[in-house]
Design a binder for this molecule. Structure first.
Ligand code: ZN
Length: 188
């Protein structure tokens, strides 16, 4: 799925979890974590491509391939790393160990992987969720398939409309500040 949809689904999921189950989750960090695998996969390459373009050096002329904006391949399996449940579990365990509690926001990363598994296909970036132990991937329906794209953004529009009608979008920041000022949170 594309990064925008990942972020929007994650923000919606966090809002629903907060409103219906009282889960203490900060919506923006959760949504940002939900875009992390794609940022990790493409961010460094895009940044290098942009830098070469701005610098305008010989490196860019070689890599630009006709003058279009170019994504430079870094040479690391960043896509596989960011989309692996095993890597996620390791990093999540480490974060929770350091924080001495189960951290919630990084679960947005897990949501990204779970959504990507059925929305990629063998022909393009099948999600190798067991990497590096296995290259197994599920041959799902690619997210850019027109009907799936329409369904994705149509569903998102419906979900956000329902949340707006319930007043969940308006009261989120008020609730966050209430949680932040809750003295019980600062006692540990
Ligand atoms: Zn992805």
């Amino acid at each position: 799925m594309d990064s925008l949809a990942h972020g929007l689904w994650a923000a919606a999921a966090a809002t629903v979890a907060k409103r219906t189950a009282g889960v203490r989750v900060r919506i923006l960090p959760f949504a940002l974590w939900a875009t992390f695998p794609d940022v990790l996969a493409f961010g460094p390459g895009v940044a290098v491509g942009l830098w070469l373009r701005l610098a305008g050096g010989a490196g860019y002329a070689e890599s630009a391939q006709g003058g279009h904006f170019h994504h430079v391949h870094i040479g690391l399996p960043l896509y596989a790393m960011g989309h692996s449940l095993l890597v996620f579990a390791g990093v999540y365990g480490l974060c929770s160990l350091v924080a001495r509690r189960s951290v919630v926001s990084p679960l947005g990363w897990l949501l990204h992987i779970l959504i990507d598994i059925p929305t990629h296909s063998y022909s393009y970036y099948a999600t190798r969720f067991l990497w590096p132990l296995s290259n197994f991937g599920f041959d799902g329906v690619a997210w850019w398939t027109p009907w799936l794209l329409w369904c994705t953004y149509g569903s998102l529009a419906l979900v956000y409309l329902l949340m707006w009608r319930k007043g969940w979008l308006r009261s989120t920041s008020r609730s966050s500040s209430r949680l932040a000022s809750n003295p019980r949170r600062s006692q540990h």
